[in-house]
Design a protein around this ligand. Structure first.
Ligand code: VGL
Ligand code: ZN
Length: 202
């Protein structure tokens, strides 16, 4: 059983947003076309409280894209983004959200960030997605969205560890790209055994 996982297509990750992914909104038309081909659609929504620990503004003297050592390891610090209840946290208005059956919100605990749709950044705290997918008999996840080098990458890697067959649609993802992070992401994704496909293959 197959499902489409749409990662973080939110205003703040699109041009004009607080943490804009270059060209981020260009994946929306192809994502909307893919939605027609699936019966099960899952979306994720980055959903931070104000003052979240992943925001550079929460750490005096730090700037966006600096890194900091957290209890759970190295964390990149971001501009304030996807704050709960703000326009920036809303799904992009051009994205068709009508068929979406479940929305996984992540990053809602102040002290811990969450890139992956399966686990928070401590790699232990679960979002519950595995249980949802298994109970519905879903075996194959097709992943699109933002950003290739963070939330998309970690979702794909964790999905494989959780026993799912992961397919990443390469013309329906875009990355932030910090010091080669997009290229590294593709290498890791490939090495882990994800299927790298295009929307034409579906
Ligand atoms: C993301 C950085 C911070 C993402 C979310 O969706 O890839 N990146 N929060
Ligand atoms: Zn975030």
């Amino acid at each position: 059983m197959q499902a489409l996982l749409i990662v973080d297509i939110q205003n703040d990750f699109c041009p004009g947003g607080a943490l804009a992914v270059p060209d981020g909104d260009s994946i929306i038309p192809v994502t909307n076309k893919l939605i027609d081909h699936f019966n099960i659609i899952i979306q994720t929504q980055d959903w931070h409280p104000a003052g979240h620990s992943s925001f550079a503004s929460s750490h005096p003297g730090k700037n966006p894209y600096d890194t900091i050592e957290m209890d759970y390891g190295l964390q990149v610090l971001w501009p304030d983004h996807c704050v709960q209840g703000t326009t920036g946290a809303e799904f992009h208005p051009s994205l068709n959200t009508q068929k979406t059956q479940v929305i996984i919100r992540k990053g809602f605990r102040k002290e811990i960030d969450s890139y992956s749709t399966f686990f928070e950044n401590d790699q232990k705290t679960t979002t519950g997605l595995t249980g949802y997918l298994k109970q519905r008999g879903i075996t194959d996840l097709f992943v699109v969205g933002l950003a290739t080098d963070f939330c998309v990458k970690w979702s794909v890697l964790d999905g494989i560890d959780e026993g799912f067959s992961m397919h990443i649609v390469k013309n329906a993802v875009r990355g932030i790209d910090i010091e080669g992070s997009v290229e590294n992401a593709w290498t890791e994704i490939e090495k882990k055994g994800a299927h790298i496909i295009t929307s034409e293959d579906i």
